[in-house]
Design a protein around this ligand. Structure first.
Ligand SMILES: [Mn+2]
Length: 310
């Protein structure tokens, strides 16, 4: 029996944690030859902590780096396949699987591996589909966590990353737990402890590093149900962005303050603005640029930045 650690990306969001927790449970149910252990690379988002508590699921173990060993540690990565978002020392691990919904990036494996990546709204959608394929009905608690992560990752099915598969599975899970998915999703968003964050936390709580045009670019996203009180702290936010960028060696830092009710993002940039200006067709200003309809970091910000650098 080998232990296989299942872990989402750095600066975990709800989907990164829930995909590791629920996939481990599914894998333990179908594969008795191995033991799957859910892990996390950082602190739990507020809504994730509440959902896990409510469902009686343990907090995943903290795992941030892999040390060299005679027998390599086995890992499955969820919700990412970018080297810049994965475990430190990943070269010391054997990546036996990836479950994701992002672009295919730069994590490589030495051996054949399970690689399940679908262009859907969340990694938890992919996992809910795996339950269907395995012919296993998720428990009420599993359905609650899967649906919660689907709703935060798709901004209650409003993000352009949302597909018909997400809508179908969200309805099915919602029916199972007796909740309307969007109403339930709004509750999950509110349970995050909205707007109790410092500017430094707004910048760093959900930030991803990308290597774009050979340069390290950080893209953070802070989702809120009311952007106004956040924007009143613009000066402090810009300072926190610049502190984070310098401390982490970024060339550019882009922060989206996403208003999920108004359905758009105020975009702030520190460091070299050229890549953001080219990719997003904006002129960067200190007060930020309102981009209506921009809800998805992946599809509406990271992808055009990467495309503009090619
Ligand atoms: Mn995700």
């Amino acid at each position: 029996m080998s232990k296989i650690y299942v872990v989402g990306h750095k600066n975990p969001d709800n989907d990164a944690i829930m995909s590791a927790v629920i996939f481990s449970q599914l894998a333990n149910a179908v594969d008795s030859d191995n033991e799957y252990v859910a892990c996390r690379q950082g602190g739990l988002p507020g809504e994730t902590r509440k959902l896990l508590e409510q469902c009686g699921f343990a907090e995943p173990e903290l795992l941030t780096r892999v040390e060299p060993a005679d027998e390599k540690v086995k890992v499955i990565l969820t919700d990412h396949n970018e080297l810049s978002q994965t475990l430190d020392g990943i070269e010391n691990a054997e990546v036996v699987g990836i479950i994701d919904h992002h672009r295919i990036a730069d994590v490589t494996t030495a051996q054949p591996a399970m690689f399940i990546c679908m262009p859907w709204g969340s990694s938890c959608t992919v996992i809910a589909r795996l339950f269907e394929i395995e012919g296993i009905e998720p428990t009420r608690e599993q359905a609650t966590c899967l649906l919660g992560a689907m709703m935060t990752d798709t901004v209650m099915l409003k993000s352009p990353t949302t597909t018909d598969v997400d809508r179908r599975i969200a309805k099915k899970l919602g029916d199972q737990i007796g909740r309307d998915p969007v109403t339930f999703g709004a509750e999950v968003f509110r349970s995050r402890g909205a707007d109790g964050f410092t500017p430094a936390q707004m910048v760093s709580r959900d930030i991803k590093r990308f290597d774009i045009g050979g340069k390290p670019v950080f893209i953070g996203q802070y989702e809120t149900v009311n952007k106004q009180p956040v924007l009143e702290q613009t000066d402090e936010i810009l300072k926190a962005m610049e502190d984070y960028r310098v401390a982490n060696g970024g060339a550019t830092l882009v922060l989206l303050v996403t208003d999920i009710i108004e359905e758009g993002s105020q975009v702030f940039v520190t460091g070299d603005p050229a890549i953001a200006e080219r990719g997003l067709h904006i002129t960067v200003t200190p007060e930020g640029v309102w981009m209506p309809g921009v809800l998805s970091r992946k599809k509406q910000v990271a992808a055009p930045l990467i495309a503009a650098a090619e």
